[in-house]
Ligand binder design. Sequence first.
Ligand SMILES: Cc1cc2nc3c(=O)[nH]c(=O)nc-3n(C[C@H](O)[C@H](O)[C@H](O)COP(=O)(O)OP(=O)(O)OC[C@H]3O[C@@H](n4cnc5c(N)ncnc54)[C@H](O)[C@@H]3O)c2cc1C
Length: 542
Amino acid sequence: MSDVANQSSELLDYNLFTTCPALVDAVARDAGAAEHDRLVALGERLGRAEMFALADAANRNPPVLQLFDRFGRRRDAVEFHPSWHELLKRLVAEGLHTGSWNDTGPGAHAARAAGYMLWAEIENGTQCPATMTYGAVPTLARQPEDFGEWLPLLLSREYDPRFVPTKHKRGALMGMGMTEKQGGSDVRSNTTRAEPAGARGPGREYRLTGHKWFFSAPMCDAFLVLAQAAGGLSCFFMPRHLPDGSLNTLRLQRLKEKVGNRSNASSEVEFDSTYAVLIGEEGRGIPTILEMGVYTRLDNAVASAGLMRQCVSQAVHHARERSAFGRLLIDQPLMRNVLSDLALECEAAVVLAMRLARTFDTGDDEAEILLRRVLTPVAKYWICKRTPGVCAEAMEVFGGNGYVEEGPLARRFRESPLNSIWEGSGNIMCLDVLRALAREPRAREALEAILSAAKGRDERFDAFLAKLSTELDSTQDVELRARKLSERIALAVQASVFLTHGPATSAEAFLATRLCSGPPGAFGTLPAGVNQGALIERVFRV
Ligand SMILES: Cc1cc2nc3c(=O)[nH]c(=O)nc-3n(C[C@H](O)[C@H](O)[C@H](O)COP(=O)(O)OP(=O)(O)OC[C@H]3O[C@@H](n4cnc5c(N)ncnc54)[C@H](O)[C@@H]3O)c2cc1C
């Protein structure tokens, strides 16, 4: 038997939080120093080998559709591997789903975002129901007379996977149904019909008939669903059990065979006179469900930053232990350039995601609310769009081992495009940036106010801002230019945070490569003179 030599070890049992100074600093800035100790403890728990093992098991043993019981009665249920349940139990116990609605401290949403970013390093399928539950809370809280009894269940720290009527549950999770076969981005094309069972209006019972082409986490206890009522597209609350405890009519058709995100079930479903309760007014379905969408988009940006960070950490760890041509990979100048460039991209993603999360904590501060309006689609677009490139490059650091399913990169690479696709695909996000700027001119003022804080510190940044301002002023071909504009707003915000808060090494490398050298190309093109070790240590310091 040959000896095994020059293979790197598993990266396990380390503190996910303290090894990421970029996130530690962002938490101090955007969530407050008081959150530090809690995140240190969380980072230690999440970095344990058993967490990595649970995540692998949940993704190697995907959920199974159970349409009927053995007697032929409909069940419309999905069975999950025990590792899925164990992961969700821990996620809910940590309050990473809805904790920031319970803890209303000054940096609650940003602190949750930091924790959620750490969870994203471990497992992403579980984040689907967690995020939808997080986003549903504010929508349901607007109608406490109808949904008040659900709120304690959604805020509960107890994961209760039993498929039983709500009155027996100790905790509940939520999903959503918007996308239909003929259209997902353009939800106005929804054909699912809603008929009032009696009187119409908010809180009243309706019957829905139609289908949803993507309906994830169908074992959730209830869903926000769009359907056409007489007054137009409307948002409904659809529980899996009826108030009398019997099963509601959600006919699961099949589960999607997905590229990644395999621990999570994504179903196709049909409704046949299915019980649901109207949320808000008839015809106000899009704004009602979009309130949920703002939170889910924040989570997409946060989770993609976490996914990037785990891939970069794995790559750096491997390069520190693997030699080629007589030197460790990490000491090969070109590989060092690749790793430090990846680390810089990851730090920039952490910075932008956390700055966005801060806008969710600012109460009535109008400038921050306006900033949130424009920064949410910007960050969702740009961070999610950069993620597959980072994951692919990190995979290549492993050479052939990177492309093997047993390794840590394969699952994450398959996951990496998803956050860009759902919850508003890339183009939809960029068009939303235009809509935010056009409909609310003060959103641009709020954006320019935070950017101007960094003005005068570097000529390259000032020139970039001046050009961005001209590009934003022009209405010519604006839809065609929406991606470029969104990208440049993201880069400007990232650069402004680096310039005002440092570190100087990251600021210098970012300005030199992201603001001044044309379109972002392959990673590994930082100029000579950059302190590459310092960049790497910002996202993975051991
Ligand atoms: C794993 C997974 C789970 C999902 N789970 C759910 C779920 O639980 N609930 C749910 O409701 N949905 C879910 N979805 C659906 C997802 O949100 C939609 O797929 C997504 O919104 C895009 O809709 P679509 O697939 O109909 O594509 P389309 O709307 O047809 O879009 C196709 C492409 O065209 C682009 N495009 C659309 N309009 C324009 C335009 N005006 N200008 C330029 N480009 C445009 C889009 O950006 C996209 O790239 C899930 C999707 C996946 C992959």
